[in-house]
Write a protein that binds this ligand. Sequence first.
Ligand SMILES: Nc1ncnc2c1ncn2[C@@H]1O[C@H](COP(=O)(O)OP(=O)(O)OP(=O)(O)O)[C@@H](O)[C@H]1O
Ligand SMILES: [Mg+2]
Length: 343
Amino acid sequence: MVLKDLNKIRINKLYKVFGPRPKKVMSLVTQGISKSELLRDHNHILALRNVNLAIQQGKLQVIMGLSGSGKSTLIRHINRLIEPTSGDIWYDNNNILSYSSAKIRKFRRENISMVFQNFALMPHQNISQNVELGLKVQGKSKSFRAKVASDWIKKVGLQGFEKYYPHQLSGGMRQRVGLARALATNAEVLLMDEPFSALDPLIKTDMQTLLIKLQKEVKKTIIFVTHDLEEAIYIGDKIVILKDGEAIQNGNSQQILLQPKNDYIASFTRRVNRGRAIKVGSITNSTEHTYTDAECNENTCLEEALKLALKSPEKKIRVINDNNDYVGFVDAASIMETICEPK
Ligand SMILES: Nc1ncnc2c1ncn2[C@@H]1O[C@H](COP(=O)(O)OP(=O)(O)OP(=O)(O)O)[C@@H](O)[C@H]1O
Ligand SMILES: [Mg+2]
């Protein structure tokens, strides 16, 4: 039996060194020289060190890390805006480093779309024209472009603004245009480099909710860069955390919050509202049956589960999954402990 590889993108042993002679300093890098030493003593910048990442088809992979940790460098390797110093990148089991420049152009036109933090809209083109841009590059007919653009403008909530120009829109609206433009190309993969980080908090939340809603419908493979862990937890199926160019941990939000790999990851998670971010299903460990009249779904956040558990005379809650199967129970004291005491 041949197992189907569900990974859309695989990144293997990726290293990126910036400087005049990156290959020359690679042996120092593989021997473990630190980023600061490499800069101080050898005048090269270590942007990525031995990054391995498999990104599943149809999932949203977040790349997280502080400024300078290598997020943009990593995402830009995926459409070959940046060439690796060493390592390889696979797309649907094709090595994209072996692509000719013509094939790369086709790949960028048809398979991959990018959404940027600064929106990157054409100032002298109206919203419809901006959304049609990628389709125009793909050589699609005028009537097809108009239809697809109008559909996406509606889906991102900008109906009525078709003839407006970017400067007439707010930041949030402009980023809706950016999103519509990327989705209109029907590319399989969306690369999003801090697309919402310039937006006001409330608008940012609206955009995250819109992205989740559209993603449920189109099921693209999305790679999303952010330095905001709350955002990563809200939207990401998986979150990889980079530090000085190294991928320290890759996992879902519950693994990052409940099993941080080291103190660095734990320190990242300290500011997170655990009552909201941790799901009760993640801390239900006893499958033993018990009596309590409180019940909730496994995806309920701890805060809600705690309220329900405290209302029950038994001070515990039964947890069920989407199929109404019993998953286990958890008592109010354990919920409180998890909310209050991060490891
Ligand atoms: N073209 C370049 N030439 C030299 N050094 C670079 C270049 N691009 C990035 N770097 C360096 O590589 C490292 C990673 O940078 P990168 O832009 O990928 O970080 P980032 O995580 O995206 O940061 P930010 O959150 O500020 O956008 C940094 O030390 C940066 O200074
Ligand atoms: Mg960046």
